[in-house]
Design a protein around this ligand. Structure first.
Ligand code: DQA
Length: 142
């Protein structure tokens, strides 16, 4: 079963972000960790990252057209992108929102997710393991 694992802005530069918040993995390491976890669970994962709202929306459209389940870390777009929320609302297979950190334990502007309301569920705060937990949850859902 194919699955898209989409990642938003600045996640491609994890090596330069605060490792106390985001951990020690670089994005390429995170991608192969996710791909390995997905294979173990019987998924064929495509892990993608973009800093562009336009690109993320077009990947969500692709997922909707192909009825492909999505695991999505929208990064900072989580907190304010209504355009991404509207695209996510059109998905035709389950959507799980993930975060490396726990946004609710951080600055107040991170306490709002405009995506959660159109996702099947949200997993955050477990570092790279958030993605593995999301894959396990996705397996149960589909
Ligand atoms: C994040 C949390 C967001 O608040 C932040 O803007 C990110 C990463 C996370 O994975 O913890 O870029 O989505």
């Amino acid at each position: 079963m194919k699955i898209l694992v989409l990642n938003g802005p600045n996640l491609g530069r994890l090596d330069l972000r605060d490792s106390k918040i985001y951990g020690e993995m670089t994005f390429p390491q995170l991608s192969s960790y996710i791909a390995d976890c997905a294979t173990e669970l019987g998924f064929q994962a495509e892990v993608r990252q973009s800093d562009s709202e336009v690109q993320l929306i077009s990947w969500l459209h692709e997922a909707a057209d192909g009825k492909i389940p999505v695991i999505f870390n929208p990064a900072a777009f989580t907190h304010y992108s209504y355009a991404i929320r509207d695209a996510a609302a059109m998905l035709t297979a389950p959507l799980i929102e993930v975060h490396l950190s726990n946004p609710l334990a951080r600055e107040e502007f991170r306490h709002t997710s405009v995506i959660s309301g159109v996702a099947n569920g949200t997993i955050g705060g477990f570092g790279p393991n958030s993605y593995r937990l999301a894959l396990i949850a996705m397996k149960e859902l589909i």
